[in-house]
Design a binder for this molecule. Structure first.
Ligand code: GDP
Length: 206
């Protein structure tokens, strides 16, 4: 299909379901792009910004769903999957290890997963876990788009420096892209939506 010259302003996405583990995920019949990131990096705000819907990430922050995988159907095709945030200081060891096993399973065994969006705070990119996820996805040849979020916290030259610094120091990866983003202001939204639409149009392997 020819690519639309201008991406839509927002992605129309509706909540489908939550799953505590891979076995209870919906049938892998559509391309999925998963969102991951350290708690507080702004993952929920990013999802709200691209869907234009404050309820999108609210669903994922509802107690009981915060440690689950939350699925959203995109009207034009494909799914977004909000993974539980990692590294939340107050989460006990048990919650952290539940995160690891459900997310590890999902990331390593979900047939319909086509790509990952990794949300980081532009002021502290490449934290533990971020780098692990990047290295793991490099080994698995899973495409990753890194969002250096909260760009509004830096001057525009500071943003460019942070982007270059990240690109210089991030692990080698066969399919890595990276952009600055502000979930607060919406800066970078079109580039992200463009990337998501390209990925969501992929047909998952049977
Ligand atoms: P999550 O835990 O990763 O889902 O993070 P949230 O979306 O809940 O955001 C954590 C905090 O960062 C909240 O206070 C947000 O308002 C703030 N935040 C998120 N994105 C941005 C951004 O782009 N700029 C600024 N200045 N604050 C942001």
């Amino acid at each position: 299909m020819p690519k639309s010259p201008t991406p839509p302003e927002r992605l129309d996405a509706t909540f489908l379901t939550s799953a505590p583990d891979l076995a209870r995920c919906p049938a892998p019949d559509r391309a999925e792009v998963a969102f991951a990131g350290r708690s507080n990096a702004g993952k929920s705000s990013v999802l709200n910004q691209i869907t234009g819907n404050r309820r999108t990430a609210k669903v994922s922050k509802t107690p009981g769903r915060t440690q689950q995988l939350n699925f959203f159907d995109v009207r034009t095709g494909g799914r977004l999957v909000d993974l539980p945030g990692y590294g939340y200081a107050k989460a006990g060891k048990q919650a952290q290890s539940a995160w690891q096993s459900s997310v590890n399973d999902y990331l390593s065994r979900r047939d319909s997963l086509v790509a990952l969006v990794l949300v980081m705070d532009i002021r502290h990119p490449g934290q533990p876990f971020d780098d692990e996820l990047l290295s793991w996805s490099a080994r698995s040849a899973l495409p990753v788009h890194v969002l250096l979020n909260k760009a509004d916290k830096l001057s525009s030259s500071g943003q460019q420096r942070a982007l270059q610094q990240f690109q210089r120091t991030c692990p080698d990866h066969p399919a890595l892209s990276c952009q600055t983003f502000s979930a607060l202001k919406g800066t970078g939204r079109e580039a992200l939506i463009d990337q998501l639409l390209a990925w969501l149009a992929t047909v998952p392997e049977a």
